[in-house]
Ligand binder design. Structure first.
Ligand SMILES: Cc1cc2nc3c(=O)[nH]c(=O)nc-3n(C[C@H](O)[C@H](O)[C@H](O)COP(=O)(O)OP(=O)(O)OC[C@H]3O[C@@H](n4cnc5c(N)ncnc54)[C@H](O)[C@@H]3O)c2cc1C
Length: 387
C-alpha cells in the first residue's frame, strides 16, 4: 500500500496551493464581509485548470480523477471554503451532465463549465422537503409535442444567481398527482428559460461569497431534449451522478480543518501567557493534537473514498464515512481553533471565526450527518428504511 501522492499529484497540489495562498487567502475575509460572489477570482480558478480537473479531455477537461479534484478543492478551501464550494457545486453538477446528458446537451452546455468561465447549479431541495426527497412538489408535465411545463419552487440553491450562472439541473416530480408512487425527472434548465426566475439572495451564517437563493418555476417550458438521463429516472440519475459532491464537500471541510490547524499552531507559538507562549501549556498542546488528529483522519477517509471512486468502486459506505467524518471534523477543528485563540478567536476579523461559520452547513447539506449515518448503518447490513 502506497500513501504517497504521485509526482503529478504533488505538482497539481503545489500549483493550486500556491495560487490559493497568494490570490485567495488574502481576500477571503473581504469577500466574506461584502457577501459578493467573486466572479473574476472564480474565473481565475478556472484559468488555472481547477474546474477542468475531473472532466474528459474530449470536453476540454484535464482527464484526471475525482481524487485529483479532491486535492485541488482541499487547497482552495484551505484559503476560502466559500469559493471552494462554488467550484465544487459546479464541478459535481457538470460531472452529472457529463455522465448522463445527451451528446447535444454536453456539447452545448459543458465546455464553459469545464473552463470555469461559467458556473452551474443543481436544485433538489424545496421549502418543505430536503432530506425527504419523496416530499418534493415541483412538478413537470408533458405539454404539446415533446415539451415539458414546470411549476414549483426550490430553496437554498447554490450558484444559480451569479452573473456567470449558465443553467440549473432541476429535479422535478414527473408522475401525475394521482400516481401512487412518485417518479422524478431531471432537466437542464437554461438560466434564460421563460418562466424561470431567481429570488433574492438569502442572508446566511457563512459561505457569504457563495450565491444561495430560492428558485421559482412558473409554467417554465423546456424541450424534451433537455431531460438529463431517462425521463422518470431522475432521482436515480441525481443519486448516481451527483455522488462526487459528497467527496468534494468532504474535501472542502478537510481544507478548512487544515487551515484551523495552521492557525492554531501559529497562534499557540506566538501568544504569550504566564511567562511564555501558550503552546508550551499541555492543555493547549492537547487541543492542537486533537485538531491534528481530526485533520489526518478526515484526510485518510476522504482520500480513500476518492481513490475508490477512481477505481470504479461503488463503495457507498466509504463515501458516507468520508462525508460524515470530514465535515464533522471541520466543525470540531474550527471550534477547537477558536478555543486556542481565546477571545480573539471570537472576533469577526479572526479567520477561525469565519471557518466556524462557514463549515457549519457542511454537516447539513448534500446529505446531513444523520442521513450519512443511516446510509452507513444500511451498508453494515441493518434494515434502514428512511426513504
Ligand atoms: C448554504 C446552503 C446551500 C445549499 N445548496 C443547495 C444546493 O445547491 N442544491 C440543493 O438542492 N440544496 C441545497 N441546500 C439544501 C441542503 O442540501 C438541505 O438543507 C439539506 O439537504 C437538508 O434538508 P432540509 O434543510 O430540508 O432539512 P430536513 O431534511 O428537514 O432535516 C432537518 C433535520 O432532520 C434530520 N433528519 C431528516 N430526516 C431524517 C431521518 N430520516 N433520520 C434522522 N434524521 C433526519 C436532518 O439530519 C436535520 O438534522 C443548501 C443549503 C444551504 C443552507
Amino acid at each position: 500500500m502506497n500513501f504517497d501522492l504521485s509526482p503529478d499529484q504533488q505538482q497539481l497540489q503545489a500549483r493550486v496551493r500556491e495560487f490559493a495562498q497568494a490570490e485567495v487567502a488574502p481576500v477571503a475575509e473581504k469577500l466574506d464581509r461584502e457577501c459578493l460572489f467573486p466572479t473574476e477570482l472564480f474565473q481565475k480558478l478556472g484559468a488555472l485548470g481547477v474546474t477542468a480537473i475531473p472532466f474528459k479531455e474530449e470536453h476540454g477537461g484535464m482527464g484526471l480523477g475525482v481524487f485529483d479534484a479532491v486535492l485541488a478543492l482541499e487547497e482552495v478551501a484551505r484559503a476560502d471554503q466559500s469559493l471552494a464550494v462554488s467550484a465544487m457545486v459546479s464541478m459535481a453538477t457538470g460531472l452529472t451532465l457529463q455522465r448522463f446528458g445527451s451528446k447535444a446537451l454536453i456539447d452545448q452546455w459543458l465546455p464553459e463549465i469545464v473552463t470555469g468561465q461559467k458556473i452551474c447549479a443543481i436544485a433538489g431541495t424545496e421549502p418543505n422537503a430536503g432530506s425527504d426527497t419523496a416530499g418534493f412538489k415541483t412538478r413537470a408535465r408533458r405539454v404539446g409535442n415533446d415539451r415539458w411545463s414546470i411549476n414549483g419552487e426550490k430553496a437554498f440553491i447554490t450558484n444559480a444567481g451569479t452573473d456567470i450562472s449558465l443553467f440549473t439541473l432541476l429535479l422535478t416530480v414527473s408522475s401525475p398527482p394521482e400516481a401512487a408512487k412518485k417518479d422524478f425527472t431531471l432537466f437542464l434548465v437554461p438560466n434564460d428559460a421563460k418562466g424561470y426566475t431567481r429570488g433574492e439572495k438569502y442572508g446566511k451564517l457563512g459561505w457569504h461569497s457563495s450565491d444561495t437563493r430560492p428558485l421559482h418555476f412558473d409554467d417554465c417550458e423546456v424541450a424534451g431534449d433537455n431531460v438529463v438521463g431517462e425521463p422518470h429516472k431522475g432521482r436515480w440519475v441525481l443519486h448516481k451522478g451527483y455522488q462526487a459532491a459528497r467527496l468534494f464537500l468532504a474535501a472542502c471541510s478537510l481544507g478548512l480543518a487544515q487551515a484551523c490547524l495552521d492557525h492554531a499552531v501559529k497562534y499557540a507559538q506566538e501568544r504569550q501567557a504566564f511567562g511564555g507562549p501558550i503552546g508550551r501549556l499541555q492543555l493547549v498542546q492537547e487541543m492542537v493534537a486533537e485538531i491534528a488528529l481530526l485533520v489526518d483522519t478526515a484526510r485518510l477517509v476522504t482520500y480513500r473514498a476518492a481513490w475508490g471512486v477512481d477505481q470504479g468502486r461503488d463503495d457507498l459506505k466509504a463515501l458516507s464515512m468520508a462525508k460524515y467524518h470530514a465535515t464533522e471534523a471541520g466543525t470540531k477543528c474550527a471550534d477547537l481553533a477558536i478555543q486556542v485563540h481565546g477571545g480573539w478567536g471570537y472576533m469577526d476579523d479572526c479567520p477561525v471565526s469565519r471557518y466556524y461559520r462557514d463549515n457549519r452547513i457542511c454537516t447539513i447539506g448534500d446529505g446531513s450527518s444523520q442521513i450519512q449515518k443511516l446510509l452507513i448503518a444500511r451498508e453494515c447490513g441493518l434494515d434502514v428504511s428512511f426513504t
